[in-house]
Design a protein around this ligand. Structure first.
Ligand code: AMP
Length: 174
């Protein structure tokens, strides 16, 4: 099997989670398989296109798992973008609509220096609201977003439209 076919095969569809009508893409089988996890991190690193990456920003919570591993691999720092109320220092906040619900995310005000190259990572692009809010927070800090990179993209939800102006990469598309 090709890399992407293997990843596709590993992802588990969970029907009606966390709400009726949602097909949740469960990536835990990838995390549990050392070879697939390493391959996923390899492929996410490639989405930087060889650019120098100063910081990897990961979105709460599955973006932390992939993002921190990518940061380690690239020799970059890691920056958490968290749900409201979790970060201890001064933050910038952004509100956004989810595929299922609404939320606020935060970023420490000193997380990134102006002009730093940032790779933004999350597990899944659905409607794009979360990633657009995260990109907006990084923009507030004058980061240069090298790529917004996802393991999975639900292309039928057209989330890329909200990320116009940024390079967007996904390893698997549905
Ligand atoms: P969105 O803002 O609509 O692009 O939603 C993206 C965020 O919600 C990501 O952090 C995903 O982890 C999560 N998410 C949304 N839809 C799904 C889904 N169908 N399966 C798994 N995670 C999802």
């Amino acid at each position: 099997m090709s890399n992407s076919a293997e990843l596709h095969a590993a992802i588990r569809d969970v029907i009606d989670f966390p709400k009726e009508g949602i097909i949740f893409k469960d990536i835990t089988p990838i995390l549990a398989d050392g070879r697939l996890l390493r391959r996923t991190i390899d492929l996410l690193c490639e989405t930087a296109g060889g650019a120098k990456v100063d910081k990897v920003a990961g979105i709460d919570a599955r973006g932390f798992i992939f993002g921190a591993a990518v940061a380690d691999r690239l020799g970059a720092g890691f920056v958490p973008i968290r749900k409201k109320g979790k970060l201890p220092w001064k933050t910038h906040q952004a509100a956004y609509a989810l595929e299922y619900g609404e939320s606020v995310i935060e970023l420490h005000q000193d997380a990134v220096s102006p002009g730093e190259n940032v790779l933004l990572v999350d597990d899944l692009l659905a409607t794009g609201g979360t990633a657009a809010a995260a990109a907006g927070l990084l923009g507030t800090l004058e980061a240069r977003i090298i790529s917004i990179s996802f393991v999975i993209e639900l292309a039928f939800l057209e989330g890329r439209g909200k990320l116009a102006g940024h390079p967007v990469h996904s390893l698997l598309t549905y």
